[in-house]
Design a protein around this ligand. Structure first.
Ligand SMILES: [Zn+2]
Length: 136
């Protein structure tokens, strides 16, 4: 019996997931030293400018009877909205899922960052109530 050629080529030491083609931003959590890896870049990239530009050109074409070429001003509110949403996504992804440390919050307000880590641990492991003594 001839073996299936697809099984011969299967190398279990390599991952089957696509690991190339996408840059990851990798760092260590300063609080718990867990390796953090996020897929988003901290700041919007030039390709995002192109994407928002194409979207604003499309909106301008839709509103051409009303505004004409002045409709290109729609790029500004579209960019502001995009950047707000993008930074919210980055902030949600950059906070550590193991210890609850939020680097953005730490840069702006250190006591609030400490409180958020304490609240994270209280939610993860609520304090145990002392059990009443059992009568013999
Ligand atoms: Zn951490």
């Amino acid at each position: 019996m001839k073996p299936n050629p697809s099984f011969e080529k299967l190398d279990l030491t390599k991952t089957l997931w696509k690991t190339e083609g996408r840059r990851h931003w990798q760092f260590y959590c300063p609080l718990c030293s867990v390796t953090r890896r996020i897929t988003l870049h901290p700041r919007p990239q030039p390709r995002h400018l192109v994407q928002v530009g194409i979207a604003s050109a499309f909106v301008t074409m839709l509103a051409w009877p009303l505004f004409g070429l002045k409709g290109l001003v729609v790029f500004i509110p579209l960019w502001v909205g995009f950047e707000v949403l993008y930074r919210m996504r980055v902030r949600a992804e950059i906070s550590c899922h193991a210890c609850g440390f939020d680097p953005y919050l730490y840069l702006s307000d250190i006591p609030r960052a400490r409180r958020s880590v304490e609240e994270f641990w209280k939610q993860k492991m609520p304090p145990k109530q002392p059990e009443p003594p059992v009568a013999p």
